[in-house]
Each structure stands twice: as structure tokens, then as C-alpha cells.
Design a protein around this ligand. Structure first.
Ligand code: UT7
Length: 333
């Protein structure tokens, strides 16, 4: 019997219209386009503006586009997993809000929080439902409205984040393509360096937590950078070794887009030339759960059936990991 694997059979993404440039940030905080560009590689990021809009609205755009291009009825979807750190509300899950807005009648859905590694955690989780043979059509969403939790007076942190969402369709395949392997890791002691202090059960919202700006991302950039550089590179090298992949076997690295220097270090460690690395951080910044599906969407028409692709991420938690995929379709068809 042939092994059942989970294959990505479609991808779509959405970034809101408004573009916040480094130039505009220069008018908001004490920074320069030059500092941001050389330290992070980011030139601009998209921001969701307007009353009553949230992460689910970007996710709905991505999912509706995905359903249309894969010719799928919302009723055929059996499971939706949404990776996000900026849910519309603490509960219910944003995945539930998306499935309702899209009109899915037969799906169960839940959110998954692994910060910037959330999309790969969700992808691997979803793949297990497919590999079990019980589920045939699963959507994995990665999306964040980071502008809702970014402190635009904190110049070290606010410059890196943006808003976006992406979604992929997962279906069973028996032709050898699909998700081949994954390595997911966590070190909870890293939470001291990157977290949101208030709004959870530890520090529920009070006038004091709001006044102290505790509902925003708290990030100690340097320690996070050090862990990210080492761990994202290590785990990517580890998945290559485990699967006996040489640099020449890999068609694409799809890295989480947090800082161009972290992406470059990972590519160097894997022995990959820049042409094989998906990089769009200059246009979108760090959209947390949105980065990897945004890249897959942007590069989709260059992807070929059988391409060896490595996804890699690092994020708050700390969480990190990599996923090895054999791409399942020719993206230009
Ligand atoms: O995606 C999830 C995980 N997150 C990450 O992977 C982020 C990892 N960290 C980073 O990418 C980097 O640490 C940052 C981009 C956040 C910050 O870059 P850095 O090179 O680590 O800067 P730093 O915090 O060490 O600050 C260096 C200097 C400081 O000045 P002094 O003390 O040397 O005089 C800062 O005050 O740069 C200053 N600085 C700025 N200057 C101009 C910090 N932010 C800015 C700014 N513009 N926006």
C-alpha cells in the first residue's frame, strides 16, 4: 500500500492596501530608513486600517481566493486551523469566525498559537488529520493583524511588524509528493524575551495595564535575534541531514521573514544560494503567522511538481522548526 501524505494543493494570500513605509515611520519615531533597511531588510509593511476589521477579515480574503482557485465549495472543507497571535477576540477561535464568514457548514475549526512558528505547527498538525485517512480537505491559515498589538512608540519593535494572512489547502496524495518530514521544537524559558504582558489570566486588563502599555508586544530584540539565528539555521540543517538532502537537492527555502540577517544566516548554513531563498520581507516586514504562506503565494507560479522545499521558522515561546515538502503541483498551470 502506498503511503498517504498530505499535499498542499493550493495557496492564496492577502495583504491590506495601506502601506506604511520607512519614510512614514521616520515621522512617527526616532529612526531612519537607513537604520531599518540595514538592520532588518524591511522597506515597508502593509497595515489593516479601518473600523471593524480584524485578522479574520484578511483570512477570509485568503480563504475565499483559495476556494475559488481550487474550485472548492465551502461545504467540502472538513477542518480549518488558524495560526494567529492576534485573534479577533480571546474566544471564540478566529478559525470559527472565518468558517462562518466563508459559509462552511461541515467543518470543525480551531486556532493554534505558536507565535511566528504557528503556520508550520498548524501545517504539521493538519497533515496528521490527512495522513490518518479520516480527512480529505483541510485549510490551514496563517494570519496576523500585528498592528493591533504593536506599540508605535517602541522604535526597536514597531519597525519590524506588518499585517497579512495566507491560507493553504491540504489534501491526501499517494504519488510520493506532499509533506515528507518535520521537526518542531520549543523552549518555554524563552518567553521572558518575547511576550505580551497583559490581557491573559495572569494579568487581566486593568486601567494600570493599559497605562503601562502592557497589551503590546514586548520584545528584547538582541536575545531573540541570537536564539533565532542559531536555532532556525540549526533546525534547517538538521532536517536536511535527517533526510539526506544536499544543498543541490533543494529547490526553495521558505523562511519566516523576521529579519533579513536571520534569513541569510539560515541560507548560508544550508549552503543555498540566494536565488533559492524566498524573500519578501522588504515589502511586508514580519507578518508573524502570515510570512510563510505569503511567500508560497508569491512564488507559486515558479514552483514545480516534485520540488524539494524546506520551510523554516522561529518565534516567540520560543518555538521553532522546519518542514520538508515535495511540492505537489506545477504552480504555473
Ligand atoms: O519573528 C519572531 C522573532 N523576532 C525576531 O526574530 C526579531 C529578532 N531581533 C531583531 O531582528 C533585532 O534585534 C531588531 C531588528 C529588533 C533590533 O535590531 P538590533 O540590531 O538588535 O538593535 P538593538 O536593539 O541592539 O539596538 C542597537 C542600537 C541601539 O542604540 P545604542 O544603544 O547602540 O545607542 C538602539 O537604541 O540601535 C538603536 N535602535 C534604533 N535606532 C534607529 C533601536 N531601534 C532603532 C530604530 N532606529 N528603529
Amino acid at each position: 500500500m502506498k503511503k498517504l501524505r498530505a499535499s498542499i494543493t493550493g495557496v492564496h494570500a492577502f495583504a491590506p492596501e495601506y502601506i506604511l513605509t520607512n519614510k512614514e515611520l521616520e515621522t512617527m519615531i526616532d529612526t531612519t530608513d537607513e537604520w531599518i533597511t540595514t538592520r532588518t531588510g524591511i522597506k515597508e509593511r502593509h497595515i489593516q486600517k479601518g473600523e471593524g476589521l480584524a485578522t479574520s477579515d484578511m483570512a477570509v480574503e485568503a480563504v475565499n481566493g483559495l476556494l475559488k482557485k481550487t474550485n472548492t465549495s465551502p461545504d467540502d472543507i472538513e477542518l480549518v486551523i488558524c495560526a494567529t497571535v492576534t485573534p479577533d477576540m480571546v474566544y471564540p477561535a478566529t478559525a470559527n469566525i472565518v468558517s462562518d464568514k466563508v459559509g462552511m457548514k461541515n467543518a470543525f475549526s480551531f486556532d493554534l498559537n505558536a507565535a511566528c512558528s504557528g503556520f508550520i505547527y498548524a501545517l504539521v498538525t493538519a497533515s496528521k488529520y490527512i495522513e490518518s485517512g479520516s480527512y480529505k480537505k483541510v485549510i490551514v491559515i496563517g494570519g496576523d493583524k500585528m498592528s493591533s498589538i504593536v506599540d508605535y512608540t517602541d522604535r526597536t519593535t514597531c519597525i519590524i511588524f506588518g499585517d497579512a494572512a495566507g491560507a493553504v489547502m491540504l489534501e491526501p496524495s499517494e504519488d510520493g509528493n506532499g509533506i515528507q518530514d518535520s521537526i518542531l521544537k520549543v523552549d518555554g524559558s524563552g518567553r521572558v524575551h518575547l511576550h505580551q504582558k497583559a490581557g491573559g489570566s495572569l494579568r487581566p486588563a486593568t486601567q494600570e495595564t493599559v497605562a503601562n502599555r502592557e497589551h503590546y508586544v514586548y520584545q528584547e530584540g538582541q536575545p531573540v535575534f541570537k536564539f533565532a539565528v542559531t536555532n532556525m539555521a540549526d533546525v534547517s540543517a538538521e532536517i536536511m541531514e535527517k533526510n539526506k538532502l544536499k544543498a543541490g537537492d533543494i529547490s526553495w527555502l521558505v523562511p519566516h521573514q523576521a529579519n533579513l540577517r536571520i534569513i541569510d544566516a539560515t541560507a548560508r548554513r544550508m549552503g543555498l544560494e540566494k536565488e533559492k531563498v524566498m524573500i519578501n520581507i522588504q515589502k511586508y516586514g514580519n507578518t508573524t503567522n502570515g510570512t510563510i504562506p505569503m511567500c508560497l503565494y508569491e512564488w507559486e507560479d515558479k514552483l514545480k511538481k516534485g520540488d524539494n522545499i524546506v520551510l523554516a521558522a522561529f518565534g516567540g515561546g520560543f518555538t521553532w522548526g522546519s518542514v520538508y515538502i515535495k511540492w505537489a503541483y506545477d504552480g504555473d498551470k
